[in-house]
Design a protein around this ligand. Structure first.
Ligand code: GLU
Length: 550
């Protein structure tokens, strides 16, 4: 009987979890969990310049939110633990050093003292002679042992390199197929850097072996690294795991999905609107100037979000956390992501994690890049939201609001929020939408301003009786409404419409909507008025009449 698979997701925490990484994690998870195996999470934080503790925690949070639970790995919110830790590579240095020592002792790896200048000179020399550069370690390997020790004791910077035997190497990849690299193509690569930290190549091979990983499933960018890993496995006497490399996820135009996409949209909007100064409370003036004068500078996460908010635009989501903020459901993200590069067949598109792990198979993973279709994702999300029970939507929207719109939430009572969420349920594509389109609800009455668009003018002005007429008349009707609830409001407005507009409710509802919201979009009007309350409604109507000269 073959052993249950052990897979791992091994992110380098240099930022937020990218959707591409999330899909790799999802596929690794599904492969193992659907076969009674184990899924390990390991944090590859040996690149001191690029790693950060906060980013690691962000990764854990993102994975947990998606419902990708790891059997072993860093502990977080009930996930993780395990006997193969620590799961942060930066905490495994002693182990790496011990194994490196053994490798050097066995003559399979060696210290190299070449300086950066020497290496550069040799590279330049090869280039000038029209030769491909290959590292030549013969002078370093020839150093007598006591000389090596003397140099190390003197604190001379040194790396450790693997002696790579000149032999062809064949990679068997479950997704991409077989490829053979001719002999002599792999240089004696570095296993430990001069700063004492292992390279990615060394740590990944050691950890996959020691953690019992049977299937290395990862992004295609690592395909070429595999030959190095195989040579190292041979030198260490390790097993060969099964390999599979996933193609990348791109924008529909084939470009890389990167956080630059956000920056590009912000710049474009700022230029189009000819904004000379940053909107208040978004980006400091000095940062703004530096940003606009240099295309390579990017705003940080908070700045970009604040600016997008002030500009009223939505940035393209790239990282898992972006999608969460935008109000996508984790189960929809997982479903949709899995279709980027895989399909269960039989035209099935909507499914849950249980189905996913039962059906996921490397044979149906495609080799070509997957194009990320945002419109389709939004449709999936909309279907999931409108298909869920009302109470569930209210609960999830409330949790989203508490996290991302605390000021909005603070201005509404529970009952008001319930009314709003209930009224928004059927028209919501995301959990975030109701907060964005209903800002007028939490605007102070005396700060509400009216859009003077053609649509608004059409609703309010024109031959009498016009919008202004109806708002004025309804203001007195409302004075007499004591039970300020949707049903009583519907009765009062219905009675007014019956006499004033031959029962045409739209003719009355739209001016009312403009009066209390400032624009032409709101939840159903009776709910909107009930949420606002009587005092606010009347005050807004009064100010509206003033604004429109009524
Ligand atoms: N740490 C690597 C990365 O984030 C992945 C390594 C691997 O899966 O082998 O790209």
């Amino acid at each position: 009987m073959s052993q249950a698979p052990v897979t791992r997701f091994a992110p380098s925490p240099s930022g937020h979890l990218h959707v591409g990484g999330a899909r790799t994690a999802l596929f690794c998870w599904a492969y193992a969990k659907g076969r009674g195996g184990k899924f390990i999470l390991r944090i590859e934080d040996t690149d001191q310049k690029r790693s950060s503790g906060a980013a690691s925690v962000g990764f854990l949070k993102d994975l947990a939110w998606l419902g990708i639970d790891w059997d072993e790995g860093p502990e977080h919110a009930g996930h993780g633990g395990g006997t193969h830790g620590p799961y942060f590579q930066s905490e495994r240095l002693d182990l790496y050093n011990r194994i490196l020592g053994e490798l050097v002792e066995a003559g399979k790896a060696y210290y190299a003292f070449d300086t950066a200048e020497e290496l550069e000179a040799r590279r330049a020399e090869a280039k000038a002679a029209g030769r491909a550069y290959r590292y030549d370690g013969s002078s370093q390997m020839a150093l007598p042992k006591d000389e090596v020790e003397r140099r190390l004791a003197a604190g001379m910077p040194a790396v450790i390199r693997l002696k790579c035997p000149p032999q062809p190497i064949t990679i068997k990849d479950e997704i991409l197929g077989e490829a053979t690299l001719p002999a002599g193509e792999v240089d004696d690569f570095v296993l430990r850097k001069a700063d004492g930290f292992p390279t990615y190549h060394f740590a990944v091979v050691v950890d996959d072996e020691l953690m019992g990983v049977t299937h290395v499933l990862r992004a295609q960018e690592h395909f070429n690294n595999t030959t190095k890993h195989m040579l190292l496995q041979d030198a260490l006497g390790y097993r060969r795991p099964t390999y599979g490399h996933f193609s990348i996820i791109t924008n529909p135009d084939g470009s890389k999905m990167s956080k630059r996409d956000k920056d590009k949209l912000l710049r474009k909007t700022v230029v189009e609107r000819a904004l000379a100064a940053p909107p208040a409370g978004t980006v400091a003036q000095a940062r703004w100037d530096a940003w606009l004068s240099d295309k390579n500078t990017q705003l940080d996460f908070e700045e970009a979000n604040a600016l997008a908010d002030a500009l009223g635009i939505q940035l393209p989501e790239i990282n898992v956390d972006d999608f969460r903020r935008s109000g996508y459901l984790p189960e929809v993200i997982c479903n949709f992501l899995s279709l980027n590069g895989w399909s269960p067949g039989g035209d099935v598109e909507k499914f849950d994690m249980q189905f996913m792990k039962e059906r996921f198979d490397l044979k149906r993973v495609v080799k070509t890049p997957a194009k990320f279709d945002r419109a389709k994702l939004l449709n999936f999300n909309c279907d999931a939201i409108t298909g869920m029970p009302r109470e569930e939507f209210v609960g999830r929207a409330r949790a989203h609001g508490r996290e991302f719109h605390p000021q909005f939430m603070a201005k509404l009572t529970d009952a008001q929020f319930e009314l709003l969420a209930g009224a928004s349920h059927e028209r919501s594509k995301t959990l975030d939408e109701l907060f964005r389109v209903n800002r007028f609800l939490v605007t102070a009455d005396d700060a509400l301003a009216w859009e003077r668009t053609k649509n608004v003018e059409k609703v309010m002005a024109g031959a009498e009786p016009n919008g202004v007429t109806h708002v004025r008349a309804l203001a007195s009707v409302f004075e007499g409404v004591s039970d300020w609830q949707p049903a009583a409001l519907e009765a009062a407005i219905g009675a007014y419409a019956a006499s004033a507009t031959e029962g045409n409710l739209g003719k009355v509802a739209q001016p009312l909507r403009v009066a209390v919201s400032g624009g032409t979009v709101s939840p159903p009007i009776f709910d909107t008025l009930a949420i606002l309350g009587k005092a606010s409604t009347l005050e807004r109507m009064r100010r509206c009449l003033q604004a429109f000269g009524g």
